[in-house]
Design a binder for this molecule. Structure first.
Ligand code: SF4
Length: 436
C-alpha cells in the first residue's frame, strides 16, 4: 500500500502468535529495508512503513520464506480472519478457537472464489473471553456455553452486542458456516450495482432471510448458560500472561529487540499481539513491570497514554499535514488530569479520522499546523455544532484544553468518570470552555 513515506506492508499473525526470533527478525528486516519501526494495527497485524518497491519485494520474500506470509499477494489479501489471542491461556475463556481460525485461514487463502471478498471484510472468531467482543466484524462467531456444551453464536455485521444473530452451531460446523455466509455475501453483492464492502451495507429483511436460510441446516437449539464476555483486562499481570502496550501501538526496532531479549531473559519465547494493540507474554509470572516501563511500555490501565488514539499524521501519511503523536504526548505532559487513561481523545491528522471512525468524547483534527476540537462526535462530525473550537494554534489548544480540564474537575459528580461527565454536559457549556 502507498503511504506518505513510501510503501507499507502488513504482517498477518494468525491468533497474534509469534516467537522471539520472529519478532527480532521483523525488527531487523524493518530496519534494513524500510523504516525502523513496527506498528500494531487494529486487526493485530504488524505494519512496517517506508519501503521502496524493491525493498518491499525483498521484505515480502523474507516473510514468505519464514512462513509469515502466503506466496501470492491475492492469497495473502484473502486472510480476513482475526481470533482471540488469549483463549488458550485465559482461564475465563470458554473455548480456544485457534484451530477453527487456522482451518478458516487456510480455506480463505486457498479458495480463489473467496479472494473476491473486499479488503475491509472481517471475520471474527471469539473464544468467549471477551477480548474481541467489541470488534465490528462482517461475520462473527462467539463461543457460548449452552446446556449441551460449548457452541458458537453466529452473527452478522457488528460487535458481539450489536451484531444480528443468525443462530448457534456446533464447534465443528463453524468453518463451514462462515465460508457459506462469505460466499452468500459475494453472490448477493454480485447482483448489486453499487458494490458493498461490508455486509452491513447490504443487510435488509430480504438478505437476512437469505443468510439465515443458507446456514439453517447447521443450526442447533442452544439453551444458553453464559453469553457474556467474562474478561477483557489484558495489561499487567493476569492469570495466564503479562500484558503490555507500546504507546500508539508503535515500537522502534531497537525497542522491539529489547522486548524480545527481556522476555527471553525471563524464560519466555512467545508473544501474542492483540488487536487491542496489547502484547501478551504467555505464562509471564515474573513481575516485568519495571523493565517494560523502562522500555517505554504501558503496563497499567491508568497510564495516561491509553487515553490517546492517533493516526501517524504527517509525514508518514500523504493526506496529513501535521504530526499527531508527538503533539498528543505533549498534551499528556501539560494536562495530565485530562488524560486519565479512560477518557478517549482522538488526534487525527486530517478530517478522515482513520484511527477511530467512531465518535470520541474529544477529537482533535489537525490541518496545516492548526487544530479543531470536536466533542462527542467523529473527526468529520455528523453535527457541525459539535465542532466547538476551530483553527487553534498549539499554545491555544493547550490553554483551552486546560480550561476544559478544570471545568470537568469541578462539574464531575462523585465517582463519575471524565467521559461520563462530558457525556452529561451539554455542547454549549463545553463550547464556552473551549473558546475562552
Ligand atoms: S486521518 Fe488523515 S492523516 Fe491520519 S492516517 Fe488517515 S488520511 Fe492520514
Amino acid at each position: 500500500m502507498e503511504s506518505g513515506d513510501g510503501l507499507l506492508s502488513r504482517v498477518n499473525l494468525l491468533g497474534g502468535r509469534l516467537d522471539a526470533g520472529q519478532l527480532i527478525n521483523l525488527a531487523d528486516w524493518a530496519e534494513e529495508l524500510g523504516a525502523p519501526t513496527l506498528e500494531i494495527t487494529s486487526r493485530g497485524k504488524l505494519q512496517v512503513r517506508g519501503f521502496s518497491a524493491q525493498s518491499e519485494l525483498l521484505f515480502t520474500r523474507k516473510l514468505v520464506a519464514a512462513g509469515l506470509a502466503r506466496e501470492t499477494a491475492a492469497a495473502e489479501a484473502a486472510r480476513h480472519v482475526i481470533c482471540s489471542v488469549a483463549a488458550d491461556i485465559d482461564p475465563k475463556a470458554l473455548h480456544d478457537p485457534y484451530a477453527i481460525a487456522q482451518q478458516l485461514d487456510t480455506q480463505l487463502s486457498t479458495t480463489p472464489a473467496l479472494w473476491q471478498l473486499p479488503s475491509k471484510f472481517l471475520i471474527c472468531i471469539d473464544g468467549g473471553g471477551g477480548d474481541l467482543a467489541y470488534k465490528n466484524a462482517d461475520i462473527r462467531v462467539d463461543a457460548i456455553s449452552s446446556a449441551k456444551g460449548i457452541a458458537y453464536r453466529i452473527a452478522l455485521a457488528g460487535s458481539r452486542q450489536s451484531s444480528v444473530l443468525l443462530g448457534y452451531c456446533q464447534v465443528q460446523h463453524c468453518v463451514d458456516a462462515i465460508v457459506i455466509l462469505a460466499k452468500e455475501f459475494l453472490s448477493i453483492n454480485e447482483q448489486r450495482k453499487d458494490k458493498a464492502t461490508r455486509i452491513k451495507q447490504l443487510l435488509n429483511d430480504d438478505t437476512l432471510a437469505l443468510f439465515k436460510a443458507i446456514v439453517r441446516d447447521m443450526l442447533i437449539e442452544a439453551q444458553l448458560t453464559n453469553t457474556e464476555p467474562t474478561s477483557t483486562k489484558l495489561l499487567g499481570q493476569q492469570a495466564g500472561w503479562f500484558g503490555f502496550a507500546p504507546p500508539f501501538g508503535v515500537m522502534s526496532s531497537d525497542t522491539t529487540r529489547g522486548l524480545a531479549r527481556l522476555a527471553a531473559a525471563h524464560g519466555h519465547n512467545e508473544f501474542r499481539v492483540s488487536p487491542e494493540k496489547v502484547i501478551l507474554i504467555p505464562g509471564g509470572r515474573s513481575d516485568l513491570s519495571a523493565p517494560l516501563k523502562a522500555l517505554g511500555m504501558i503496563v497499567t490501565d491508568s497510564d495516561s497514554r491509553l487515553s490517546l488514539v492517533a493516526c501517524p499524521g504527517a509525514p508518514a501519511c500523504l493526506s496529513g499535514s501535521t504530526a499527531t503523536r508527538s503533539l498528543a504526548l505533549t498534551l499528556v505532559e501539560h494536562i495530565p488530569d485530562l488524560f486519565d487513561g479512560e477518557l478517549r481523545t482522538h488526534f487525527s491528522g486530517c478530517p478522515k479520522g482513520c484511527a477511530n471512525p467512531q465518535a470520541s468524547p474529544i477529537t482533535i483534527v489537525a490541518q496545516q499546523g492548526k487544530f479543531d476540537v470536536i466533542v462527542k462526535d467523529r473527526a468529520t462530525p455528523l453535527n457541525e455544532n459539535r465542532r466547538v473550537a476551530q483553527n487553534l494554534s498549539t499554545e491555544e489548544l493547550v490553554m483551552r484544553l486546560s480550561t476544559l480540564s478544570n471545568t470537568l474537575e469541578q462539574a464531575r459528580r462523585d465517582d463519575e468518570s471524565l467521559s461520563d461527565c462530558i457525556a452529561r454536559l451539554d455542547i454549549e457549556q463545553l463550547k464556552i470552555d473551549l473558546n475562552t
